[in-house]
Structures are given as C-alpha cells and as structure tokens.
Design a protein around this ligand. Structure first.
Ligand SMILES: *[C@@H]1O[C@H](CO)[C@@H](O)[C@H](O)[C@H]1NC(C)=O
Ligand SMILES: *[C@@H]1O[C@H](CO)[C@@H](O)[C@H](O)[C@H]1NC(C)=O
Length: 363
C-alpha cells in the first residue's frame, strides 16, 4: 500500500515538473500547431545554463508570442517575429562580446583613427556551443527544414554608422540565410532586397509608414527589431540554382549601433567533422584577448627569428582570430592586476571591442 502511494506521489511530482515547462511550450504551440517535429524530447538536454532550461523554446519571462509572416515569394523570405527572447539575445551577446574583433577600419592605424563606433566587429559561436545556442539551432532547423548539420557556425556582428554591404547574393553553397536581430539601430541598418516584390500590397504600405532609411525605401526591406529573425532562400526550390531575386543589401546604419547574428544554411552537411566534434567534445572557451600573453612556449624564439613580421596572422592575429605570441611581438603590454584601462588597451591593440553597455539599450 505504502509503496503504491509512494509511486503515485513520485508520478505526480514528475508531472508537475513537466507541466511547468510544457506551459511555456503550449503557449507557442497554440499558434504554430503541428510545428514541432514529433521526435524531439525537451528533457534529454543537460541543464547547466543561465537561460537554457534544456527545452527547445525559451521559457523565460521575456519570451513574447511568436508568429511567422511571409514578406516575399521572390525571393522566398519570411519574418519570424520574436524568435529569440530578450534573455537569449543577452546570452548571445555575452558569449560573443569578449571576442568581437574589428573586421574593417575607417581611417588608417597610423593616424590613430580606430573608432569603436564607425568600425564593424564580429566573431563566431560554434554549433552546439552551449544549450542555449543548441536550442536556437534546433528551432532554426525546424523552421528552415534543414538540419543543424547543414548550418554554419553563428556569426555575431556589430555595425556602427557607415558600415554597409553593397547588393550581393550569398552564394558559396549556401541555400538560405537567417538574420537574427539583437540590437536595433536608431536609424538605418535595414536588410533590403533590391530585385524583389512584396508578397502582399498591404506590406508595401506598412513599410512606407515605417520610416526606413533612403537605402531601403521602395524595396522589400526589413527594419531590424530585437528578437526577430529573417529567413530567406538564396536558391530556387531545387536548392541548387541561384535565385537572383535574393540579391540584398545591408543598408548602412545611420544612427546608433546594430548587432545581429547570422546563420547560413547549406543543402548538404557543412564541415561535418567539426559538427561531429562539437556534439562529442565540450566547448573550450577561447583565450581572453585582454590578457597579454604568449600562448606557445616557442614565442620568444620565433619573435627573435622575425616571425612577428613574416607570419603576422599566426603571431599577432588577423580577422580570423587572436595571435599566439602577442606579448613576444610587443602587440600588447603587461599590466598590473586589476588595471582595467590597461586591459582595455590590451584589447584595443589587438583589434577587440571594448563594449559600452549603454549601446545594448537595456537588453
Ligand atoms: C525618421 O527618422 C529620422 C532619422 O532618425 C528622424 O529624424 C525623423 O524624425 C523620423 N521621422 C518620423 C516620421 O518618425
Ligand atoms: C593585460 O595583460 C596583462 C599581461 O601582460 C595581464 O597580466 C593583465 O591582467 C591584463 N589586464 C587586465 C586588467 O587583466
């Protein structure tokens, strides 16, 4: 008798736990009936993150209702409103911020014109890097009908005024592109399709009232909104032929700063060995670019042999990442413990962003 009662109680406790998580999921499923694959079990993920509770959908209180809108059929382009919760946006920025590296400089280094606002910065987050990233990747897979193995690593980008990408097609074997918006600029920074047509005339009217920048006006264009995601296909439905109507422009930010996260999706597995490794081995965090150090024992010897000049990418670093021998190459300075100004100089000299929290607008 006692045993039966004990078992019943245990079942009740388990059910209660399940309903707390399911409550948040049902909220979304009501709007997206039949949306989630039948295979997924939200309970088989480890629970070890400040945001991710192991479920596919964020259950935090900043999650807003999600809905999908088709904005164009040429190219096939869709907005997933509130794809990310504020907590997920914050988490992505926190993972990326320490490694955000300058990708483009306005003015030359000699003149000392390295302006954090007018420069673009970026970094990559690995597939399956942590449970929050893994959940976002699974949601993207369900939405795009392309598995996580076909996704590239997530690129996080920050643009200030004047950064712009001219009209281009993504190409390189990519079949679809997803842009997730993390921080909204005050003006500009839209994604505009220069050869496209709105799926419905009503959308053209809405766009006209949205005060877009000059670059975006008159085109199918999306004005960044925190948490939203834009998915568009770079190929025709055969997943091979280029869809010329996917030609798009990243409009310049006119005021403020824009952050977004990009996922490119392929028609076949992307670097499958890397993905296998990411599933099996825990993620190893990258070294802190603010700490001026040599990452290899041979650094001093190599520096004496002139490698800092001959092999700068490896020794000092380049747009792909941090150098291995920054201390030996005098690319940064040793400083007193706790000297934050020195830490920031260590970062700046390597091209890394010193983030001003206020630009995140309270995320
Ligand atoms: C549109 O944006 C510009 C630039 O931020 C601003 O000066 C202008 O007041 C805005 N217009 C409207 C109608 O909101
Ligand atoms: C900057 O680099 C030095 C190593 O030379 C390191 O000791 C220091 O901790 C860094 N600055 C800070 C404030 O961490």
């Amino acid at each position: 008798m006692c045993q039966i009662l004990g078992a019943t109680l245990a079942v009740l406790v388990v059910l209660e736990g399940a309903f707390t998580v399911l409550g948040a999921r049902q909220h979304i499923e009501e709007r997206l009936i039949g949306w989630q694959g039948e295979q997924y079990s939200p309970f088989d993920q480890p629970v070890d993150s400040d945001v991710g509770d192991g479920s596919l959908w964020s259950a935090d209180e900043t999650a807003r209702s999600a809905w999908i809108q088709t904005i164009s059929w040429r190219p096939r382009a869709f907005i997933y409103h509130n794809f990310l919760s504020d907590a997920e946006v914050r988490h992505i920025i926190d993972l990326a911020r320490g490694q955000m590296k300058r990708s483009q400089v306005v003015g030359s280094k000699e003149e000392g014109v390295v302006d954090d606002v007018r420069t673009s910065y970026g970094t990559f987050l690995k597939r399956n890097q942590d449970p929050v990233i893994a959940a976002v990747e699974k949601r993207l897979a369900l939405w795009s009908a392309l598995p996580v193995s076909h996704q590239e690593d997530m690129q996080v980008l920050r643009y200030g005024p004047t950064n712009k990408y001219g009209p281009h097609i993504d190409g390189l074997g990519r079949v679809a592109t997803v842009l997730m918006y993390l921080v909204e600029p005050d003006h500009g920074g839209e994604t505009a399709f220069v050869n496209s047509v709105w799926s419905h005339p009503e959308l053209a009217g809405q766009a006209e009232r949205a005060n877009m920048s000059k670059c975006a006006r008159g085109h199918v264009a999306y004005k960044p909104k925190r948490g939203d995601a834009l998915l568009f296909f770079d190929t025709k439905p055969d997943y091979v032929s280029t869809d010329e109507s996917s030609m798009h422009t990243g409009c310049p930010v006119v005021e403020g700063v824009k952050w977004n996260a990009v996922k490119w999706l392929h028609g076949t597995p992307f670097r499958p060995e890397d993905y296998e490794k990411a599933l099996k081995e825990p993620y190893v965090p990258l070294p802190d670019p603010g700490v001026c150090t040599n990452l290899q024992d041979m650094c001093d010897t190599w520096a004496k042999q002139g490698e800092c000049k001959n092999n700068p990418g490896y020794m000092v670093g380049d747009s792909d990442g941090m150098g291995n021998c920054r201390l030996a190459c005098n690319d940064c300075e040793p400083c007193q413990e706790g000297d934050m100004a020195c830490y920031e100089r260590n970062r700046s000299s390597g091209g890394y962003l010193n983030l001003d929290e206020s630009e995140l607008k309270g995320v």
